[in-house]
Design a protein around this ligand. Structure first.
Ligand SMILES: Cc1cc2nc3c(=O)[nH]c(=O)nc-3n(C[C@H](O)[C@H](O)[C@H](O)COP(=O)(O)OP(=O)(O)OC[C@H]3O[C@@H](n4cnc5c(N)ncnc54)[C@H](O)[C@@H]3O)c2cc1C
Length: 409
């Protein structure tokens, strides 16, 4: 019977512990916090979008970094199997818009409770406030762990320490150090699914949500990202679903100076929009420009659009020239801001980068450098879009590592 030591009691560590115990290992889980699953607790705005009820093709379309690496582990524990596992262990699930799966209770803590009960009933030893400071290796093999006050010896070790985002939940990047010390290379960690800071003063726009806009990011004239969805102005720039997605695709680029461009009326062609503006102007011929845009734009955005159009705000509509109307049209179709930076990695919903996937066996999660050492979850160089894909990744890689660590010689 293998003695398996697991570092980290997040999604990946809990699933690894379950899988190892279920496959006959004697399992000890070390979590440095006073409780398990601190990050799970804040997922899905406290409701935990634990997976996405989609097929594998759609799943991998939502993985940004290294989808191929995940194929084996996700095939082994796909969303359908994960949902069946939770349901069999008493957690009732529901599927919402976009196939997002949540507990029926809408309580993320129920997910952790369910996993904890699965571990306790299989005899997993759970050690809280048990911070691991380094791995112990000997002749290219992982043989134990160092905690603050003692050395602990195991046959197999699984590192599930997460990334470096939201460090108050315990994910402080310790696993990156363990991996480096063991001889692994890292893809430099950086923020993914995060806000974008823009040049300008956003005091009057902060809090404004724009639904159904089209967003593009340009590097000079080259469009490097484009998508459609919902956007939220913040005090420093933009966030919201479509922006989080954009950040995951541009986080390896030199973003300073790139252009963040919003098409405020993506459903209307320039010709249709021009006709609409013209008919609005004709219907309000005696109004001034500043008072004519209420039907077209949210109130707080009107001053920005007026300023960008260069049209004098109190000009009568019947005095606005064709050229001025064309300028207004171009602002509505392409409201541009200069990007200054992405929000820092600590604020990312996930950390992109991590342990180099070429140095990990994708079927077993075992290190190709140190025998008996496994990695699972966000510590690995994988990241996905929102919708339950990141937790599913943590669960699938944790499961693969747990099974392999329990059964390997
Ligand atoms: C606000 C927010 C909302 C999110 N919502 C969703 C969502 O709805 N759906 C989704 O799919 N994903 C979501 N995510 C992403 C998802 O939570 C993570 O990808 C996932 O939790 C990663 O799991 P993990 O087990 O790899 O790492 P973590 O959950 O970070 O767990 C790592 C654990 O290791 C412990 N640890 C670290 N170092 C040590 C050490 N030296 N010794 C002992 N223990 C240690 C930590 O304390 C922590 O408990 C969200 C993330 C955030 C921040």
């Amino acid at each position: 019977m293998n003695r398996v030591g697991i570092i980290g009691g997040g999604a990946a560590g809990l699933m690894a512990a379950y899988a190892a115990a279920e496959n006959g290992a004697e399992v000890t889980l070390h979590e440095k916090n006073e409780k398990l699953g601190k990050k799970i607790y804040i997922t899905g705005k406290g409701r935990c979008n634990l997976t996405n009820d989609c097929d594998e093709r759609e799943f991998f379309a939502n993985v940004v970094s290294n989808p191929k690496f995940l194929m084996s582990s996700v095939h082994r524990l796909p969303p359908s199997e994960l949902m069946a596992l939770f349901t069999a262990n008493g957690l009732k699930l529901k599927t919402e818009r976009g196939n997002r799966v949540f507990p029926v209770s809408d309580k993320a803590s129920d997910v952790t409770k369910c996993l904890e009960a699965m571990l306790r009933s299989r005899g997993v030893k759970i050690l809280l406030e048990s911070e691991i400071s380094s791995l112990i290796t000997e002749n290219g093999r992982a043989i134990g762990l160092k905690s603050v006050d003692r050395n602990l010896f195991y046959d197999k070790i699984i590192v599930c320490t997460g990334g470096i985002s939201y460090p108050s939940t315990g994910s402080t990047g310790d696993g990156y150090r363990f991996a480096r010390e063991a001889g692994h290379s890292l893809t430099e960690p950086c923020a993914a699914l995060t806000g974008i800071d823009l040049e300008g003063d956003f005091t009057s726009l902060a809090g404004l949500t724009l639904k159904n806009v089209s967003v593009s990011v340009f590097d000079k004239d080259r469009r490097v990202f484009s998508d459609f969805g919902e956007l939220l102005f913040t005090h420093t720039g933009v966030s919201g679903p479509v922006v989080l997605t954009a950040s995951s695709f541009i986080n390896r680029m030199h973003v300073n100076g790139m252009t963040f461009s919003i098409d405020l009326k993506p459903a209307l062609s320039p010709e249709t929009l021009d006709a609409r503006i013209l008919s609005d102007f004709r219907a309000n011929i005696n109004k001034n420009f500043a008072n004519s845009l209420g039907g077209l734009l949210p109130k707080s955005l009107i001053p920005t659009v007026i300023e960008r159009s260069g049209i004098e705000p109190y000009k009568k509509l019947n005095a606005i020239t064709h050229a001025e109307r064309q300028k207004l049209l171009s602002v509505l179709k392409k409201l541009d801001f200069a990007i200054t930076s992405l929000r820092p990695v600590e604020e990312g919903i996930v950390t992109a980068g991590g342990v180099n996937v070429r140095e990990i066996n994708p079927a077993t999660m075992e290190s190709r450098i140190v025998k008996g050492l496994y990695f699972a979850g966000e510590v690995i160089d994988v990241d996905a879009l929102t919708g339950g894909f990141n937790l599913q990744t943590a669960f699938s890689t944790g499961y693969a590592a747990g099974v392999a660590a329990a059964s390997a010689e």
